[in-house]
Write a protein that binds this ligand. Structure first.
Ligand code: ADE
Length: 243
C-alpha cells in the first residue's frame, strides 16, 4: 500500500498523530519536519504546514515532490459558519474554495482564472476524493468524539471556505454561508486542495470547529482548539484504520 500524507497547520493539529506514530522517523528537509512511520498498519507521512495559504501550498508542493503519496488528508480546526454549528462540531469538506481570491461576487470567470499546470482553468471548488468521503461517512458512528463545552460533536459534510484571514466577524461568517453554502472557514484547505488537484492527488479536508468565526471567535479558539484538533485527528485515525 502506498503512503498516505496527513497535514495539519499548527502543532496541536498533528500532535496526537505524531504521538501515535509507530516506527517513527523524523526527516528535516525543505525547512519542514516530516514524520514518517505507521498508524495502525497504514504507512503515513505527517507534516505541519504552518498557518495560511502560502505555507500550505509550499509544504504540500514539497511534500509531494519528496514522497510518493497516494492521498493527502488535511486535519485541523476551523470556524463554523453553518447556522446550526457549535464549537466542537466537525465539518468534512465535500469541496474547498478560496473565499478571498479575486472578485467572487462580480465575476466567476475572474475567480476561475487561476490556471493549473496544463494551462487549464482551475475549478472554483476543489472536490474532495469520493472514496475518502465514503470512508469518512462509514467510520463516524464508530468513533467517540470528545464533548466540547458540554456539546456532543455532530459531523457535517459540506463546503469549506479558505482565506488568509482569521475570521472573527459575525456578518462575514453569515455571508460565507449565504453566498457559498460554506459550513466552515479556515486558512489552508483550498491551497492544499488546489495543489493536490493540479498534481492529480486525491485529498480530503477534515475540520473540527474551535469557534464560530464570529465576534468572539478569538476567545473560543483559544479555549477549544486543543480538544477540537484532537477530535479531527480521531476521525483521521478512524479512516486510516479502514484503509
Ligand atoms: N481556524 C479556526 N478558527 C478560524 C477562524 N475563525 N477563521 C479562520 N481560520 C480558523
Amino acid at each position: 500500500a502506498q503512503r498516505i500524507a496527513i497535514v495539519g497547520a499548527m502543532p496541536e493539529e498533528i500532535k496526537l498523530l505524531t504521538d501515535t506514530l509507530k516506527q517513527k522517523k523524523i526527516i528535516k528537509k525543505d525547512g519542514l519536519v516530516y514524520y514518517k512511520g505507521k498508524i495502525h498498519t497504514q504507512k503515513v507521512v505527517i507534516l505541519k504546514s504552518g498557518i495560511g495559504k502560502v505555507n500550505a501550498a509550499y509544504s504540500t508542493t514539497k511534500l509531494i515532490s519528496r514522497f510518493k503519496v497516494s492521498k493527502i488528508i488535511f486535519t485541523g480546526v476551523a470556524g463554523g459558519v453553518h447556522p446550526e454549528s457549535y464549537p466542537g462540531d466537525m465539518v468534512v469538506a465535500t469541496s474547498v474554495f478560496h473565499h478571498d481570491y479575486a472578485k467572487h461576487l462580480a465575476d466567476q470567470y475572474i475567480v476561475r482564472a487561476t490556471t493549473n499546470l496544463e494551462g487549464k482553468l482551475n475549478p472554483l471548488y476543489f472536490k474532495s476524493d469520493s472514496l475518502l468521503l465514503l470512508l469518512a461517512k462509514s467510520v463516524i458512528s464508530d468513533i467517540s468524539f470528545e464533548k466540547i463545552n458540554e456539546h456532543k460533536p455532530q459531523v457535517f459534510f459540506g463546503k469549506i471556505a479558505t482565506g488568509d484571514v482569521f475570521l472573527s466577524n459575525t456578518e462575514k461568517a453569515k455571508w460565507l454561508y449565504r453566498e457559498f453554502d460554506a459550513f466552515a472557514t479556515e486558512m489552508e484547505g483550498a491551497a492544499l486542495g488546489q495543489i493536490a488537484f493540479q498534481n492529480h492527488i486525491p485529498f480530503l479536508v477534515i475540520r473540527s470547529c474551535s469557534d464560530n468565526a464570529n465576534n468572539q471567535a478569538h476567545v473560543d479558539f483559544n479555549e477549544f482548539k486543543k480538544p477540537a484538533a484532537d477530535n479531527a485527528i480521531r476521525l483521521v485515525m478512524g479512516i486510516l484504520d479502514k484503509m
